[in-house]
Structure formats: structure tokens, C-alpha cells
Design a protein around this ligand. Sequence first.
Ligand SMILES: NC(=O)c1ccc[n+]([C@@H]2O[C@H](COP(=O)([O-])OP(=O)(O)OC[C@H]3O[C@@H](n4cnc5c(N)ncnc54)[C@H](OP(=O)(O)O)[C@@H]3O)[C@@H](O)[C@H]2O)c1
Length: 335
Amino acid sequence: MRRYRLSDHGAIENLAIVEAASPEPGPGEAVVRMRAASLNPRDLMVIIGPSPYGPRPGLTPLSDGAGEVLRVGPGVTRVRPGDRVVASFRPGWIDGPLEAAAIAGDLGGGGDGVLAEEVRLPAAALVRLPDEVGFEAAASLPCAAVTAWRALDAPRLPADATVLVQGTGGVSLFALQLAVARGCRVIATTSSPARAARLRALGAETVIDRTTFPDWDAQVLAATGGRGADRIVEVGGPGTLPKSFAAAAYGGEIGLVGLLSDPMDRVSPLPVMSRMLTLRGVLVGSRADLEAVVAEVAAGRPAPVIDSVFDFDDAPAALRRLQAHEQVGKIVVRI
Ligand SMILES: NC(=O)c1ccc[n+]([C@@H]2O[C@H](COP(=O)([O-])OP(=O)(O)OC[C@H]3O[C@@H](n4cnc5c(N)ncnc54)[C@H](OP(=O)(O)O)[C@@H]3O)[C@@H](O)[C@H]2O)c1
């Protein structure tokens, strides 16, 4: 089988296809014939550095993949050969609170990832796919969609909430679609008229171009009669958080997900108190969250937005598209 191998951190060029032996599953493990993988900004951090997991020369990157079970090891009853499955981003986090030790096993970071024809995984990390969910859609879910699910606290998202999402990335579009499916009113920020049109087509009622309106917080307040947004999915981080505080309704909840703006900016926490906000840190999610998201997609709420699909041999070009911020939604590699 073939897999991508990262010889060292520093550049996408350090990634190359190598031949490798087909993996054999140990006790509690399954080998999956990967059919699709999707990219996340974290993959660029792992490949180019500095990686949050530290240097891992020889690593197979990418966390998000879906395929068919080929073989299972002793004691595995959760999946069988032939099952269509998607792997959870953090195999050690099944449900409930996150234990710190689980982070070390993150796919394509702490350990080998899914950019390979065959991948050995803990069977406990796998979620079976209903027929309605194709491999490319499934591969787009483990990081971005699960993160959106938790950032919105989707199980507790009321239909009368006003939700603010930032941009046209994988996390924000999934959050937008989940919120629209719930019946929520969605306000979105973006950076161009073409992207604004995509957001409107997906159901955003109000779209604010953050390049034309750097004071988009005031625009959110104006669009809500001064009340603000009940839920905010914050992908900008320290550079945009003060505006999200200002754009939030009293008692609003902010899911802090990303660091796309200046991560070193200082942010005053005072508005969290004075507007009685809840700031919810999100670090992807558990297998139980992935199961919930797969069920939503199977029911058609929502259908993941796939920006582009690259062949396995062209994975470096897919990464360069992500690096250039050219995508709207998820970039997928067909394996
Ligand atoms: N904590 C977690 O568990 C977790 C999980 C997944 C992702 N993340 C992080 O969340 C962020 C988004 O991830 P993603 O997969 O959605 O990324 P993505 O697909 O690369 O999308 C990023 C989009 O955000 C918008 N954007 C860029 N800079 C911005 C800024 N300064 N202010 C507001 N919007 C901005 C842009 O859309 P427009 O051009 O339309 O504005 C851009 O296309 C990244 O920082 C990622 O590392 C964190």
C-alpha cells in the first residue's frame, strides 16, 4: 500500500508518497481501506510547523478520513470487514469530559494519520456510516463539523437563537448549516461579495463583509435591533474576540474555536462579566459528538460543503490550496 510520509517539518515539499507493508490489526484494532480524507488548518501546522504535537519525522499526516474496514484484530466486535466507517479525530476520547492523555493520540499529529491507502486504527475510534453518507462527505466531518457542533452546543441550540458565524471555512459553514437546519437566524461575516453570495445561498439571512465593515460588531447590533447574537462561533480568536463580545446578546454564548487573527493580541475579559457571556473553549470533540454529527448528515441536515476534490497523488496541491485560503468549505483528497 502507499502512504504519505513527512520527512521533516517545514514545507509541504517534505511530504512524499512511500510504499509500505499492509498493516496488520492488533487486539482491539481495525485496518481501514481509506477512500477519502479532508484537510484542516491544523494539518498545515503539523506539516510546516510549529506543530502543537512537536516534531514527528516519518509521520503520515491528516486526521479526517473515511473508508471500508478491511481486517479486524482479536476481540473487535464494534466493526466488521466491509463496514463503511469514519474515524474520530481523537480516538482516545469516546464520550464525556476530555482526559489530557487522549490528545497524544490525535490522528495525523500525535500519531499517524489517514493520508494512506490502508490505516490501522483503534476500532473504538470508528463510527459506522449510514448508506446516505458518502465517503467524501464523511471525511469532511471529524474535525470541522464536530468542532462546529460543540462550539454551538448543538444539543442545546434553541430554534429562536440568532447565530453569528465568521467566514466561509469548514467550521463556520457547518455551524451555519446546523443553525439554519434548526430554524435559527444566521448572521455571517466574510471577505468578498462572491463569498457573501455563497453564504446567502446556504441560508444566512444577514451577511457582513468584514473588509468593507471592519466594525462588523456594530453591523450585527444594527441587524438585531441592538440586541446582539445569542451564539457566536469564534474562529478569529484574540484579534476578533473583542468584537464578538460587543456583538453578543446579554447571556450570549461564544464557542472559541480558532486563532485565525493575531494570536498574540491581548483581550480584556471584562465584557464576559458585564454582558454575562459564556465563553466555551472547544478542542474538537468526542466519538459521541461525531456519531451525533453523522446522524445529522444522514438526515440531510446538513450536507457538507465540499470545495474541491483532489486525487491522492495531488494531495500536496490540495494542501497548497488550503495554505492560499482559496477554499470555501472543505478540501477533500480521494484515496
Ligand atoms: N479548536 C478546535 O477544536 C478547532 C477545530 C477546527 C478548526 N480550528 C481552528 O478554527 C479556525 C477555522 O478552521 P476552518 O477549518 O474553518 O478553517 P478554514 O476552512 O481555513 O476557513 C477559514 C475562514 O475563516 C475566515 N477568516 C480568516 N481570517 C479571519 C479573520 N481574521 N476574522 C474572521 N474570519 C476570518 C475566512 O473566510 P472569509 O474569507 O469568508 O471571511 C477563511 O476562509 C482555524 O484557526 C482552525 O485552526 C479549531
